[in-house]
Design a protein around this ligand. Structure first.
Ligand code: C2E
Ligand code: MG
Ligand code: MG
Ligand code: MG
Length: 292
């Protein structure tokens, strides 16, 4: 970026810089057409209760099915989409697609748990998010309890007063709210207390080494206690093995999400899981009373 080059705005003549700029432009161009070409898809990752092993929710995660690049993960295009404002129509597509999918599952007679979607900062602070969500739910005849919204800690902190007001409107609709990537931003506890949340999601960064890194373990334990004191449920994301699961279970974590149970998968694969009334056996066998 030009500002990175010591404030010299005419410093674009290195080959690396040109390549980066071209790539960026190409990416932006491709991203602009992706919606019309129907190249976005949602994958779904189940979330499992540590109390009974049941699938209690799932998270819709956006992928870009690019004709040449293949399945592009969100971190490779969402920052640019956010910067260019393209995230607004893309985010609306995500919302509509998730509602359409829930409706499809219900029509197929599938017992479907709530679906969580991720909101970008621009969407969240747009001032009419509640209306957009109410319309999307109404279009598919869905009750608001079918939907959960994930807002990252840093998104909420952009403007705390606005965040509180928006969250209150969303809660009034009847959707559940989760604070995502908790621990990676810098919420003050005073702000956290004001947010009308239902869930805290512990970021994967603290979960991956929870059994080996005492610092990460301390953060997970403190987060679980903090959440419970505020009467929120805690979800740990990025659980990849039984040791992490067991550790978090003993510490009283409520719900888990991670490759250990399932990667994010296409809608049909989730339908098969739900149709079978699958309990995630790996959690079911470990169900027990948390240690004090
Ligand atoms: P997130 O909301 O924190 O989602 C969790 C990410 O962790 C997902 O990555 C998921 O695939 C990954 N994950 C889950 N379990 C494991 C595990 O056990 N191990 C590892 N290594 N990873 C795991 P993904 O799908 O690449 O999404 C990355 C981020 O992109 C999301 O983080 C979210 O911030 C953003 N994102 C995804 N979909 C959307 C969307 O529709 N709208 C917006 N605004 N952001 C989205
Ligand atoms: Mg999320
Ligand atoms: Mg997260
Ligand atoms: Mg994350």
């Amino acid at each position: 970026e030009a500002r990175g080059a010591g404030g010299n705005r005419y410093c674009f003549d290195t080959p690396a810089m040109n390549a980066a700029m071209l790539q960026r432009q190409a990416l932006e161009h491709a991203l602009r057409g992706a919606l019309e070409r129907g190249e976005f898809v949602l994958h779904y990752q189940p979330r499992v209760s540590l109390h009974d092993g049941a699938i209690v929710g799932m998270e819709a995660l956006l992928r870009w099915q690019h004709p040449e690049l293949g399945l592009v993960p969100p971190m490779e295009f969402i920052p640019l989409a956010e910067e260019t404002g393209l995230i607004v129509p893309i985010g609306e597509w995500v919302l509509r697609a998730a509602c359409r999918q829930i409706r499809g599952w219900l029509d197929d007679g599938i017992a479907v748990p709530p679906v969580a979607i991720n909101l970008s900062a621009r969407q969240f602070h747009s001032g009419h998010l509640d209306r957009m969500i109410a319309e999307a739910l109404a279009a598919e005849g869905l009750d608001a309890s079918r939907l959960e919204l994930e807002i990252t800690e840093s998104t909420a902190m952009v403007d705390v007063d606005d965040a509180v007001a928006t969250m209150q409107k969303l809660k009034a609709l009847g959707v559940s709210l989760a604070l995502d990537d908790f621990g990676t931003g810098y919420s003050s506890l005073a702000c956290l207390k004001r947010f009308p949340l239902d869930y805290l999601k512990i970021d994967r960064a603290f979960v991956s080494d929870v059994t080996t890194d005492p610092g990460d373990a301390a953060i997970c334990i403190a987060t679980i206690q903090l959440a419970h004191s505020l009467r929120l449920k805690v979800i740990a994301e990025g659980v990849e093995d039984e040791f992490q699961m067991e550790y978090l279970r003993r510490r009283g974590c409520d719900e888990l999400q991670g490759y250990y149970f399932s990667r994010p998968v296409a809608g049909e694969a989730i339908a098969a899981m739900l149709r079978g009334g699958v309990r995630m056996n790996r959690a079911a066998v470990a169900v027990g009373t948390p240690e004090p």
